[in-house]
Design a protein around this ligand. Structure first.
Ligand code: ADP
Ligand code: MG
Length: 615
């Protein structure tokens, strides 16, 4: 080992700076926070080459006098806290006095600033981490930082910068987050001399979503309605989440704020997605602008050099409250729609739309008598056969409408429960192409995809009962031939299939013989479900056990629902159609099938009248 040497203060600062500023977006975040802490109501950002060559941020905040302008670049120079205890009550973003010192250590900085009370402002330049010039200048009140040549003196860091497009995306995300959390501020952003966003102050985060992502996207956002507020932590959750009709392949439209600070927290993400379970197709992400307020003493933001992460003193309470709030919100939106008479939509809307005003749906809370927990959400492991008249007596479950089995002979008959004779809110007009059920609902013409609807009904029923299912013995065992490894996968999950009413044994290394199966899953459907399950295990088996079990459950259940559901092309009798609609309206997540396709859409009065040019 060579001898220990002390780093020079300037080298040490360059190294430390890397902790705070790894990329231009971090610099943007720090400078925006400072502008906001200074009370700015207008902030403009100009970047060239994604801030690698230059970044300028101009605010109309309180400004600094010459002495502060010089001092602000010193390490640990802050006007925001004096002692550690101040952190418990802090309301500003900054408090460590690190940002400007870090920026000055790794770039060339110019600062122009003036307070309202001063006639003239001051212009200061910092290079090589030292003050290189200072002069009085005429300028407007507020502060302008110009950062040139980021990482010019730390090539190792510069090398890790990504392409301009990636860095610019990160900058935009950071700016957008502040747009959402500070709706009273007018933000303007420019990249390579082109304006990218001009967002004057607005009333709500949803209005910001309209400015940033466009009104079409903002329309999907519904306000969070939540009774789940805990006094204990002073916890409140507000904001907006998207309905079931919106999803993205990434988390680009998801932002969390804790006491108005933009934070990243994987637990919050998980809790959010849990609220959407069964509402969105797998691997799709909703939009969310969620604001938590919580007693400052219950959180720690000082756990990450960039203050991007937050630690809650009682994370379980916060995440459960979030999941419940999301579920409640989605649920309320549905209930409201069905209680309210049909609301006419604005005439300039497109002529047909897939239930655009019908906000989202779901949720276990309405029907599910079991308390929500990890397992009831993620691992619905039952295939409930009680709904199938073929296997159980009808009278046992008059409260649960019976589902029919498609028969060879048409029209397909549905066993109708006594309740189905009540006048239905949906009046069936007929069947179109043996695939869609047409009905009227208030002033709307509603078209229902019979397969998608039935699939959803079966799926929801299965996942909302927690007793084990029973298959019935097959007259002749069904034999499936697959590769040895695929057969082995099925044998590993033999017990799981047993719970779904599917019993089988190995026949040598390449075959299994199925002895028993749920009645609606016979023949080709049964073979398809099991073969598909074997491939699924092969593909995803390397996941950790819990993640796999939940994915597998979801997959098998949705596949079984799909196979057991009435098909497009099946003729349905009028009572069968009425029963199906009634059943659909009874289950959660009724507006999308298990693959994420809509189960129904509507044309409202206004749209119909527009077609006939009555309006
Ligand atoms: P911190 O924000 O943690 O206090 P910074 O290094 O970010 O540390 O800033 C140091 C100080 O410089 C701040 O405490 C503040 O007094 C001053 N300052 C920085 N930016 C601005 C600005 N845009 N307007 C007014 N004062 C500012
Ligand atoms: Mg700061």
């Amino acid at each position: 080992m060579p001898n220990i040497q002390l780093l020079s203060p300037s080298e040490a600062r360059k190294i430390a700076a890397g902790e705070v500023i790894e990329r231009p977006a971090h610099m943007v975040k720090e400078l925006l926070e400072n502008a906001i802490d200074a009370g700015a109501t207008s902030i403009s950002l100009y970047a060239t080459q994604a801030g690698k060559t230059q970044l300028r941020i101009i605010d109309n905040g309180c400004g600094m006098d010459a002495a502060d302008a010089r001092a602000c670049f010193l390490p640990h120079a802050t006007s925001k806290i004096a002692v550690l205890e101040d952190l418990e009550t802090i309301s500003t973003y900054g408090f460590r006095g690190e940002a400007l010192a870090s920026i000055a250590a790794i770039s060339k900085v110019t600062l122009i600033t003036k307070r309202t009370t001063d006639q003239l402002g001051v212009k200061i330049t910092y290079t090589e981490d030292t003050l290189s010039s200072e002069e009085q200048v005429a300028c407007s009140t507020g502060t302008e930082f110009i950062i040139d040549d980021l990482f010019y003196n730390t090539p190792a860091r510069k090398k890790f910068l990504k392409q301009d497009e990636t860095e610019w995306n990160a900058i935009q995300q950071a700016v957008h987050a502040f747009c959402f959390s500070h709706t009273h501020i007018h933000f303007k952003i420019y990249h390579n001399h082109k304006q990218q966003l001009n967002a004057p102050s607005v009333a709500s985060a949803r209005d910001r979503a309209a400015q940033i992502w466009g009104p079409d996207v903002a329309d999907f956002f519904i306000p969070i309605k939540s009774a789940s507020i805990t006094d204990q932590l002073g916890l409140h959750i507000t904001g907006f989440v998207t309905n079931h009709q919106f999803w993205r392949y990434g988390k680009t439209h998801t932002n969390f704020f804790v006491n108005n600070r933009w934070v990243k927290n994987t637990e919050l993400n998980k809790a959010l997605f849990k609220g959407y379970l069964g509402v969105l197709p797998p691997e799709r992400f909703p939009g969310a602008l969620i604001f938590f307020t919580i007693n400052q003493a219950e959180i720690d933001v000082n756990i990450h050099p960039k203050k991007e992460e937050v630690r809650f003193s009682k994370p379980g309470i916060v995440t459960t409250a979030l999941t419940n709030a999301v579920k409640e919100t989605l649920n309320n939106a549905v209930t409201e729609h069905f209680q309210a008479p049909s609301v006419p939509r604005c005439p300039e809307d497109s002529t047909t739309s897939f239930m655009p005003e019908m906000k989202p749906f779901p949720i276990q809370q309405i029907n599910n008598p079991w308390p929500m927990n990890e397992h009831s959400i993620a691992m619905p492991d039952v295939f409930d056969l009680e709904q199938h008249p073929a296997s159980l007596p009808i009278q046992k479950h008059t409260a649960v409408p019976q589902i029919f089995q498609p028969q060879e002979d048409s029209p397909t008959q549905l066993e109708v429960t006594p309740a189905a004779t009540e006048s239905p809110p949906y009046r069936v007009l007929g069947q179109l192409m043996n695939t869609y059920i047409l009905c009227s609902h208030h002033d709307e013409l509603v078209m229902i995809d019979q397969h998608a609807a039935h699939e959803r009904v079966l799926y929801e029923r299965r996942t909302s009962f927690f007793d084990e299912a029973h298959g019935s013995l097959l007259l002749f065992p069904e034999v499936i031939t697959l590769t040895a490894s695929l057969i082995q996968h099925l044998l590993t999950w033999q017990e799981f299939f047993g719970k779904q009413g599917i019993l089988f044994d190995a026949l040598g290394t390449n075959e299994i013989a199925i002895r028993s199966a749920p009645p609606q899953l016979r023949g080709p459907s049964l073979t398809t479900v099991l073969t598909d399950a074997a491939y699924f295990i092969e593909e995803h088996g390397s996941l950790d056990r819990a993640a796999f079990t939940s994915k597998f459950n979801e997959h098998v259940h949705s596949h079984m629902a799909c196979k057991a559901a009435v098909k497009a092309g099946d003729t349905l009798s009028l009572p069968a159609m009425e029963q199906l609609i009634k059943d659909l309206m009874d289950v959660d997540n009724r507006f999308i099938c298990v693959h994420g396709r809509p189960t129904l859409w509507s044309l409202n009065k206004q749209e119909i009248e527009k077609k006939f040019r009555r309006i």
